[in-house]
Design a protein around this ligand. Structure first.
Ligand code: NIG
Length: 440
């Protein structure tokens, strides 16, 4: 049995009422549970105790030999970030297309000309499963250093039975070598491959069942589509998603990124787990979403990168809805692997409060992935934790450019520690990791 104690932490967690299941909704997102100074005990990978401390120098009873003791020295301890919408598995790059975008060619025009998502599809088809896994693993490690301990990764750059399977296998292969948790999503309806006759029918009748042979319903895999002009139409999305739902998969959909095509209302009818993007969603659709069980996932890095309008999650929160926020890390519209930077954008551009942005990237993002065992710091939850450099959680959104992460724990094990060159390689902030029992 392994025992770890993180001492003197400012423990910051979404406030999840006891016995509550599912995401936090509406005004409940705005409440944090803050313990200004506490010792957090972790046993066998789970949070065992959060014990408030009267003063930093307070004497404590002795602890068993072999206990790992980390002194947080007043720094903020958060639940590990959950990035619930990424396209982090890709090959190649699209810097030439970014130059086109910078000269004013819109994202959808590049896609219509056979570029955008389709250029990444060509690069992914040329890569091997091993190469894709290696590239993904490198990106997952960068995300870990930004405090992400759970991540959703979509396929969607294969767009044939063999290449979608290759992507999903590559994601599983990288996941097996990464300390955090990866949930994969089969984004079968990402773009239309004009070179394949009857592409949508083939996807629904051949690719989806082939995937189901290997990635069974109930294994955590979700199925997703991109409802947009030059991508999948409303009817095509409904066809794919209803078939996937009938097979037992959770379903998700990219809706209203550039054009509102009626997908949000259809998603509510279908009972999708999420609708993602929502940049141009009408007030009426937001009101209906607020009354549904579908979670709205906002992706502020993309409108920032594409210079397009940001969504309005405040309206969804006011309507009593559940909001999650994710990085959307991808080679075209999602330049950042960093949840701290995404939080900073959510606070600035989505007008979320600090508390709402933290809830949206921890507890609510975990609810998107149906992971009820994480996302808050209470006894019994999995000890996926991030020790920040900051002593005030508002600094996460204030600072831009450096993630501010000093250490990351997955199921109680420290899997990343920021080195401090000035301390001769000791951990940043002077925290000590020792197996010698200490009594203050
Ligand atoms: O969520 N919009 C559709 N899919 C991604 C972008 C993927 C890409 O451009 O490669 C998104 O923004």
């Amino acid at each position: 049995m392994s025992l770890t104690i993180i001492r003197n932490a400012r423990v910051v967690s979404p406030k999840v009422p006891q016995g509550h299941s599912g995401p936090l909704r509406g005004s409940a997102m705005a409440e944090l549970e803050i313990t200004p100074l506490a010792d957090v005990t972790i046993e066998s990978g789970l949070i065992k105790k959060v014990l408030p401390v009267a003063a930093p120098g307070k004497r404590r009873p002795p602890v068993p030999t072999g206990t790992n003791i980390i002194d947080a020295d007043g720094r903020v301890l958060l639940p590990g970030f959950v990035d619930c919408h990424t396209h982090a598995c890709w090959a190649g790059d699209r810097y030439d297309e970014w130059d086109m975008k910078r000269r004013g060619v819109p994202y959808l025009e590049i896609l219509k000309r056979g570029g955008g998502i389709m250029s990444t599809v060509r690069a992914v088809r040329e890569a091997t499963e091993e190469q894709l896994a290696e590239l993904l693993l490198q990106r997952l490690n960068v995300m870990l250093r930004c405090g992400t301990t759970t991540v959703e990764v979509k396929s969607g750059y294969g767009l044939s039975t063999a290449d979608e399977l290759k992507m999903l296998r590559a994601i599983a292969r990288a996941a097996a070598r990464w300390p955090g948790t990866v949930r994969s999503t089969a984004l079968l309806g990402h773009a239309i491959d004009e070179q394949q006759p009857g592409f949508v029918g083939v996807t629904v009748r051949q690719t989806l069942p082939a995937i189901a042979q290997e990635f069974l319903p109930g294994s955590g895999l979700a199925v997703d589509a991109f409802c947009e002009q030059s991508a999948w139409s409303l009817d095509q999305c409904i066809l794919l998603l209803s078939r996937a739902k009938d097979m037992g998969y959770p379903i998700r959909v990219h809706a209203d990124q550039f054009n509102s095509l009626g997908m949000v209302a259809a998603a509510i009818r279908l009972g999708t787990r999420t609708v993602d993007h929502l940049e141009v969603t009408t007030k009426e659709d937001i009101a209906a979403l607020g009354e549904s069980s579908t979670i709205g996932v906002y992706l502020p890095m993309s409108p920032l990168h594409l210079s397009t309008p940001q969504g309005k999650p405040r309206q969804l929160i006011a309507a009593g809805g559940a909001v999650a926020v994710a990085s959307n890390f991808n080679p075209g519209s999602g330049p950042s692997p960093s949840i701290p930077l995404t939080i900073a954008m959510a606070v600035r551009h989505l007008q979320l409060s600090h508390a709402e942005a933290i809830a949206a990237t921890t507890h609510n993002a975990a609810a998107v992935l149906d992971l009820a065992d994480r996302g808050s710091i209470v006894p019994g939850k999995r000890a996926d934790l991030v020790l920040m450099r900051h002593r005030d959680e508002r600094a996460i959104a204030f600072e831009l450019g450096e993630p501010g992460v000093d250490a990351v724990f997955v199921a109680g094990s420290m899997v990343y520690q920021q080195a401090d060159p000035a301390a001769g390689g000791r951990a940043a902030g002077g925290q000590k990791l020792t197996d010698t029992p200490t009594v203050n």
